[in-house]
Design a protein around this ligand. Structure first.
Ligand code: PNW
Length: 447
């Protein structure tokens, strides 16, 4: 058995829009509106009910307890707290998170709270959303209210979940809410997301609260597909687009020079004001990373950033994402080397497979293998000196997988969306054993 460090943090993760439901007790968010757009979300799925967690949180927390999972990462819905995107607070919304925290405390489960996991009040999108610089102060105000109310009860705060997804999929490619397809909008939105992160870190420090604060980025490892120099260059661009554009402002206080040059054909960056980069690089206590897959690149004229995607020939999850655990250890070691050995938590890692219930049970050996290989990669990174402090499996429950609706199941716990019945999958029981042992039994080496 390979052991994890003492005090290693084990958890599962979810986000508000993906599990809560309770549409009638919150304001409209950009995802509510996006779901009404024909063809944007598979099968016309939406988040009105989702896993009905709003009504079932007690039984869900009990299930976490039964599975011996000591930490829980969830997000607070901005549109539940400020339904109209103004400064009139919905006390009932705050009370829900109060109740959830109380329930977690009762069961001895520690909370890691994400302040923004994509459910922006639609009223703020109507004013431009993340493209409008005013949102920075609005986000900071919302966070102030949360810190006032829960600041002494949360040990771990995450300002933003995946600024790349928010800005690129939301404003650049249009695959996510609010569905813009505009490169300058992408760059502007990314800038305001990162700026709001820095402002909130500063406000958090001023309060001298007991917890820690950081940001979660979705990062991957990119590799050249072949030996051509042009493939290596495409890989550098892709890495700049996905990883460095977000890492460098937070950890180095500047945007990467090569990418500034690539993007200069789209914008003059007049939305970047004096002092912004300094604000964005306010010291964080940790970096959260969400890791799922890798990319193999070649030079492809006409493609975005002239980067073409090739298959690495690895097996795939039902998202079509290639499984390559060494990508995770490569990434962690690279972060240690290039970003001054930050404290890191894996805040999401997991896989979607086409699970089925047979005789009341869900056998999901592919997911067990995925988790086992990626945890093995985490151990290799720790051995290499990476300051990895914890791991959150995505996700606790099957849930609303954004543009894919309910058909992609990432949960350790199966959810029947007709009856709302929960069934812990084999992988949940396997994960429980890893936690209890604080170690991994190695069946076979990952490749
Ligand atoms: C993350 N991509 O999203 C999110 O944090 C979760 O809410 C989500 O359920 C999970 O990963 C699984 O998808 C991503 O297209 C969505 O590269 C899309 C991408 C990456 C991450």
């Amino acid at each position: 058995m390979r052991k994890f460090p003492e005090n290693f943090v084990w958890g599962t993760a979810t986000s508000s829009f993906q599990i809560e439901g309770g549409r009638e007790s919150r304001g409209e968010s950009i995802w509510d509106q996006f779901c009404k757009n024909p063809g944007k979300v598979l099968n016309g799925d939406h988040g009105e009910v989702a896993c009905d967690h709003i009504n079932r949180y007690k039984e869900d927390v009990q299930l976490m307890k039964d599975l011996n999972v000591p930490w829980y990462r969830f997000s607070i819905s901005w549109s539940r707290v400020f339904p109209n995107g103004d400064r009139v607070v919905n006390e009932e919304g705050l009370q829900f998170y109060d109740n959830l925290l109380t329930e977690l405390e009762k069961q001895g489960i520690k909370p890691a709270v994400t302040l923004y996991h994509w459910d922006l009040p639609q009223a703020l999108q109507d004013k431009g959303g993340w493209m409008n610089r005013d949102i920075v102060e609005e986000f900071a105000h919302y966070c102030d209210v949360i810190f006032d109310r829960f600041g002494d009860r949360v040990s771990n705060w995450i300002t933003h979940n995946e600024p790349w997804v928010v800005s690129w999929l939301g404003y650049g490619s249009g695959e996510h809410a609010p569905g813009y397809r505009d490169i300058p909008a992408f760059l502007k939105a990314a800038h305001h997301v990162l700026l709001s992160h820095g402002v909130v870190v500063k406000r958090f420090r001023e309060r001298q609260l007991p917890g820690e604060i950081g940001i979660t980025l979705n990062l991957n490892s990119s590799y050249p597909f072949d030996e051509n120099a042009s493939s290596a260059e495409a890989t550098v661009r892709w890495d700049g687009f996905l990883n460095r554009w977000f890492l460098d402002p937070v950890f180095k206080g500047h945007y990467p020079a090569d990418m500034l040059e690539h993007y200069s054909v789209y914008t003059d960056f007049s939305f970047v004001k004096d002092g912004d980069l300094e604000t964005m690089s306010a010291a964080v206590d940790f970096l959260g990373i969400n890791y799922y897959s890798i990319s193999y690149l070649t030079h492809q004229p006409g493609a975005w950033l002239e980067a073409g995607h090739e298959s690495g020939g690895h097996r795939r999850t039902s998202m079509g994402w290639e499984v390559y655990a060494k990508g995770l250890s490569d990434l962690l070691i690279r972060l240690k080397n290039d970003y001054d050995n930050p404290v890191i938590y894996v805040t999401e890692n997991g896989a979607a497979y086409d699970d089925v219930v047979t005789n009341g049970e869900v056998q999901d050996p592919d997911r067990v293998q995925y988790l086992q290989e990626h945890l093995d990669a985490c151990l290799d990174a720790i051995d290499a000196g990476v300051d990895l402090k914890g791991y959150f499996a995505w996700s606790f429950l099957d849930n609303f997988e954004w543009a894919f609706g309910y058909c992609k199941r990432f949960g350790l716990v199966y959810v029947d969306f007709e009856t709302q019945q929960r069934i812990p999958k084999e992988s949940a029981k396997w994960f429980q054993q890893v936690i209890v042992n604080n170690g991994l039994k190695i069946q076979q080496q990952y490749t």
